[in-house]
Design a protein. Structure first.
Length: 456
RNA sequence: GGCCCCAUCGUCUAACGGUUAGGACAUCAGGUUUUCAUCCUGGAAAUCGGAGUUCGAUUCUCCGUGGGGUCACCA
């Protein structure tokens, strides 16, 4: 044990409410959260709304709602627009010390108008800092000049408020996107001007679009809410986003939030940008959804099935319940369930299908007569079944006949009579879903159709 | 363009001087109780290029090349 008291870790997420909650913002929040939790530290959420024109309450709500939905809990919340007095105080002291000065000049925003902006007195030196992920980074700040840190004494700018707040809130680790690397030297300059301690920096690799450019709207879904609406669940998103640009040093890929907190380490963070791959996200989603309890999965599915499906003549909760495993096996995210519904993939469960006589016939079968005989035999077997039979029990009753007469010869006509489709779940599962008596009815119907077709 | 950052299969990544360069997603092939799906097995698939350092470079150094970020009285 060290005799030195470990400084309590304090991280923060500092989004500006000027746009929707971007998937990259969510990931940065996750990293900050994981790091803080891992070290029994504190995670602060701070809205950087000093730009009054562009900041919107609705965006702030979207950010807080989105993070809350993800399960990221902040220990304290600040709004920069409510801290103007603090910034003005620091501004005054800095000016008094001679590290900054008021400059009367023409407004860049409103040409013709004279304003008194506050500029930092740049010592014009090389700043180097240690990035936890990238190591030593140095930068000649001369090219920055005496940059503006406030529009006026009561209207501070981003770089100044960030530094003041991180100092006031005693933030120990600034974990943010790589796009902030070049902001770091000027923020360090401000730190030195106000006499603040330098935090540890960790710049995360960016999330990239498939063409390796910064992920933006034109690449499709970039908002967290987009993914939420597509049916991606919170644990999957957390899991995927964390592994995008970070690895635990083992082959483990499936993680719960608690496992991530436990395994998280800044040294596992990648340096290069990572392309966002929806296919892998889908895989994670399927993995996490597969852990749902029956009732949770039922609730999940009902959010995505279509009204059209609910309106089908034979719809019942009972059948839907029995259809659930089939849906689970065939879809990765909620939006796919909707899509499958729209394509009519699940109609067989709630509706007697229309039968194409030629489709029922197995390729090796000579005539409709043979097919008809088979279906008749099948109807006989099924008529003896109990409604409570399991899939296995159903299968066992049919299996003997199917192996005798030929699997394709028996199973294909059976399945097509039941579903009306060339591709569908296996007949045993279908019978289980719709029940033996409905199956019996459908087979009889199919027989009638074939009969009238062959007579015509 | 200046400055800064980065570079292993198509994608996410492992290998922190010595490995047949490993895993996952995707893909392809074969298999499991007909079709589709699931599942199982297997395959193909990568160290950006060039110099150095070293007995030995994916790994260290330098130079290219490529990609990205950033250059506001936005954040």
């Amino acid at each position: 044990m060290s005799i030195f008291q470990e400084k309590k870790v304090i991280t923060r997420m500092a989004p500006s409410p000027t746009g929707h909650l971007h998937i990259g913002t969510a990931r940065t929040a996750i990293f900050n959260y994981l790091f803080a939790r891992k070290h029994n530290g504190t995670f602060i959420l701070r809205t950087e709304d000093t730009d009054k024109e562009r900041s919107k309450k609705e965006f702030e709500d979207e950010i807080t709602d989105g993070l809350a939905w993800l399960g990221i809990k902040w220990d304290s919340f600040y709004r920069q627009s409510e801290r103007t007095l603090i910034y003005t105080g620091y501004l005054n002291t800095t000016i008094e010390k001679g590290s900054a000065y008021v400059s009367k000049e023409e407004s860049k925003m409103r040409p013709g108008e004279m304003v008194e902006v506050v500029r930092l007195k740049n010592p014009n030196k090389v700043i180097s800092f240690t990035d936890e992920i990238r190591g030593e980074i140095s930068f000649d700040t001369t090219e920055l000049g005496d940059f503006v840190i406030a529009r006026s004494i009561t209207d501070p700018l981003y770089h100044f408020t960030v530094v003041v707040d991180d100092h006031e809130m005693e933030v120990t680790h600034v974990i943010r996107g790589e796009d902030h690397i070049s902001n770091t030297p000027r923020q360090i300059l401000i730190q030195e001007a106000i006499g603040a301690l330098r935090p540890q920096y960790a710049h995360l690799p960016l999330i990239l679009a498939p063409d390796r450019s910064k992920l933006s709207k034109r690449h499709g879904a970039v908002m967290l809410s987009d993914y939420k609406h597509q049916g991606f669940i919170q644990p999957a998103l957390i899991n995927y986003l964390t592994l995008l640009g970070w690895n635990p040093g083992t082959d483990q890929e499936f993680f719960t939030l608690d496992e991530l907190i436990n395994a998280f380490d800044l040294s596992g963070v990648q340096k290069g940008g990572a392309i966002f791959d929806v296919e892998k996200l889908k895989w994670f989603n399927k993995e996490h959804v597969s852990g749902f309890s029956d009732t949770d999965y039922y609730d999940y599915v009902t959010k995505y099935i279509t009204p059209a499906l609910l309106a089908l003549p034979q719809f019942s909760t009972d059948r839907l319940l029995r259809l659930l495993p089939t849906i689970k096996e065939r879809t990765a995210a909620g939006a796919e369930i909707t899509l499958e519904c729209e394509k009519g993939e699940y109609d067989f469960a709630f509706q007697t299908p229309k039968i194409e006589p030629q489709m029922v016939k197995w390729k090796n079968d000579a005539s409709p007569k043979v097919t008809l005989q088979r279906l008749q035999k099948l109807a006989e077997i099924i008529s003896l079944m109990d409604e409570s039979f399991s899939i296995d029990e159903i299968k066992n009753r049919i299996w003997g006949y199917a192996t005798d007469a030929g699997k394709g010869e028996v199973l294909w006509p059976l399945r097509v009579s039941l579903t009306g489709k060339e591709r569908s779940p296996d007949p045993f599962t279908v019978i289980h879903i719709i029940g033996p008596s409905e199956a019996y009815t459908r087979i009889k119907r199919a027989c009638d159709t074939i009969l009238s077709d062959s007579l015509a």
